[in-house]
Design a binder for this molecule. Sequence first.
Ligand code: SF4
Length: 214
Amino acid sequence: MVNETIRKLELMRNQKLARKVIKGLESRNMTGYYADSAEEALQQALDLIPAGSSVTMGGCMSAHQIGLVQALKDGDYNFIDRDEIEDKRAAMLAAYDADFYLASVNGMTEDGQLVNIDGNANRVSAIAQGPKQVIFIVGMNKVCDDLDGAMKRARNVAAPINAQRFDLQTPCVKTGSCMDCKIPDTVCCQFLITRYSKHPGRIHVILVGESLGF
Ligand code: SF4
């Protein structure tokens, strides 16, 4: 009963905040959507991707969590699975030529700016250009009040967890927050702030009223 009440209150807040975020995205030539649940977000994403499309992604846990990756693999799509392509350069080049690229953010602002940090830059470069359309799956847990907050989240929450995921020897794996390292294992080489999209209809952001990714 308590959990249900908390969830209801959380959803009310997320719905209101999402309206503000979507307006912010629109002012930046990007399109925002809101889904209360992972199931709704999955349907929203599939509505955007016509059958037969080529689709690929960087490391986007949120797309896995809502069941999108499995749905694309099972459905009538050309899903390019980079993990199954031995030649990593070929996989990277295929991503630039895809119809759709799936991603999330490491942080975003209430006024619609997207923040991503990358080690190899395959993800941030594909977000910036290449794939015809980019679909972001973003749990409302990643929405921060301003750019400073989004950057802090990216560096102190997303990056350390990502470094843990790959069993890297970075200081943040030991401390749990960013120590501004400059070592070969760092996952923080390139920072991308998507402030505005030059290309109408290219960037879609599906906000989800659940905690997704990290
Ligand atoms: S300690 Fe290094 S790898 Fe970890 S978040 Fe900071 S800059 Fe990135």
